[in-house]
Design a protein around this ligand. Structure first.
Ligand code: HEM
Length: 411
């Protein structure tokens, strides 16, 4: 089997600006799946890594957290960049530390935990849509709907006031969009942008944690303050890392599933009509939007020993990239993977990852997207994209910065 590929320009996989211009490199992944499903990629300026593009192989690696560690970081490394120092961030923990730490917050995110919040989420969705559609039939769907909604939901889960959502919006844009010049201040490098924005978000969360320490409420920050690991309360840095991860992980991803889903419906008007005629299809449509958009293109792992994947030997200490977005177009798993069908079922996509680190917010995200689309279908008959869309320059987040639409409201 081919491992070193000369048919792929490695920059197609690591140049953020290309992702910003053209979206995901699906044609490259399709060829890799067919000809080199475990491929060695050596992009100039980056550490060499192994691209895993098939559904079964992504699952295999994600299920072996001791052989494929998250502690060495989950994004591709620039050449010469040091491994990140040990941290308290859940998504960067390996077993045996990871499980107990996950169980601290997990009850809030089970289907039952999320069901208890559904009415609140529904109210937030209706409020945001009504405000967005109040003055005009033309709007930027990202700015008016898809971005503020998940932020307002995560603010409510954590216990942050709604009035702080604008600040959270700015910081998280700067952290995740650091490679995009739009989100950098004049004279800042991406590294400086992320450092500054992280510092500001930290200071904000420390303030919120202090407030809850003195005045507990029924929210997740209060729960984390009362939680313990083996009888020992969470350390302040663990607590902060937890709150920060929830703000970052639950925000941009859900935004992009909602906005990317609407773009897919705009590009497939018959599917929108199908959904309008039968809103019971919304849960299946949500899964298809998740598969189609795959808001996280990939995360990485570090091989802790020499290990084989699909017959290819990965040397100890090298990075592997799990291309969830490619697995979601795997011809061996999905019929017509490049067809968007709101009634696709089953739909075993890997949008939320797999195994040890399977997304803790998956149920919350599903409810958010479902509720948003139910409310949207109640309010509009049809819509079209009314101006140029813009994508974020990022190799990890498949993100729309702007999605201008014109809609006709329901009578
Ligand atoms: C459509 C929306 C979302 C997508 C596509 C998404 C995607 C992912 C993916 C791919 C992972 C796996 C990380 C890995 O394997 O290294 C993950 C983990 C995680 N996600 Fe999400 N996510 C979404 C929404 C959310 C929400 C709403 C929250 C919470 C508020 C959340 C919280 C987390 C957390 C805490 C983890 C780490 C879990 C662990 O390490 O055990 N996510 N997410």
């Amino acid at each position: 089997m081919t491992t070193t590929v000369d048919f792929v320009d490695p920059l197609e996989l690591v140049d953020a600006e290309r992702y910003g211009r053209r979206g995901y490199p699906h044609e490259v992944w399709t060829r890799l799946r067919a000809e080199a499903p475990v491929a060695r990629i050596e992009p100039p300026g980056w550490e060499r890594f192994w691209a895993i593009t098939k559904h079964a192989d992504v699952q295999y690696v994600a299920k072996e957290p001791l052989k494929f560690s998250s502690a060495g970081g989950i994004t591709l490394r620039r050449a010469g960049a040091a491994l990140p120092p040990p941290t308290e961030i859940l998504v960067l923990q390996d077993p045996p530390k990871h499980g107990p730490m996950r169980r601290v917050a997990n009850p809030n995110f089970t289907p039952r935990g999320v069901r208890a919040r559904r009415d609140d989420i529904d109210e937030i969705a209706a409020e945001i849509l009504d405000a967005a559609l109040a003055d005009s039939d033309e709007l930027d769907f990202v700015d008016a709907v898809a971005a503020p909604f998940p932020l307002a939901v995560i603010a409510s889960v954590l216990g942050a006031p709604r009035s702080d959502v604008d600040d959270l919006f700015r910081w998280t844009n700067e952290i995740i969009g650091k490679d995009d010049p739009e989100f950098r201040r004049d004279g800042e490098t991406p590294g400086q942008t992320i450092k500054r924005a992280r510092g500001e978000l930290h200071a904000y969360l420390v303030g919120l944690i202090d407030q809850r320490r003195s005045a507990p409420q029924d929210d997740l920050v209060t729960l984390l303050l009362g939680a313990d690991l083996d009888g020992v309360p969470l350390r302040p840095d663990t607590l902060l890392a937890y709150a920060e991860l929830l703000v970052e992980a639950g925000n941009e991803t859900t935004r992009n599933a909602i906005s990317g889903g609407l773009l897919a419906l705009a590009e497939h008007p018959a599917e929108w009509e199908k959904l309008r005629a039968n809103p019971d299809l919304v849960p299946d449509a949500v899964e298809e939007m998740l598969r189609w958009v795959s808001p996280i293109s990939h995360f990485t792992r570090l091989a802790t020993e020499e290990v084989e994947v699909a017959g290819v030997t990965i040397p100890k200490g090298e990075q592997v990239a799990l291309y969830f977005a490619s697995a979601n177009r795997d011809e061996d798993v999905f019929d017509d993977p490049f067809t968007f069908r709101v009634d696709r079922n089953p739909n075993p996509h890997l949008t939320f990852g797999f195994g040890e680190h399977f997304c803790m917010g998956a149920h919350l995200a599903r409810v958010e997207i479902e509720v948003m689309y139910r409310r949207l279908l109640e309010r509009i008959d049809s819509f079209e994209v009314s101006g140029p869309i813009e994508r974020l320059s990022s190799i990890t987040n498949g993100s729309l910065k702007r999605l201008p639409i014109r809609c006709r409201r329901r009578a």
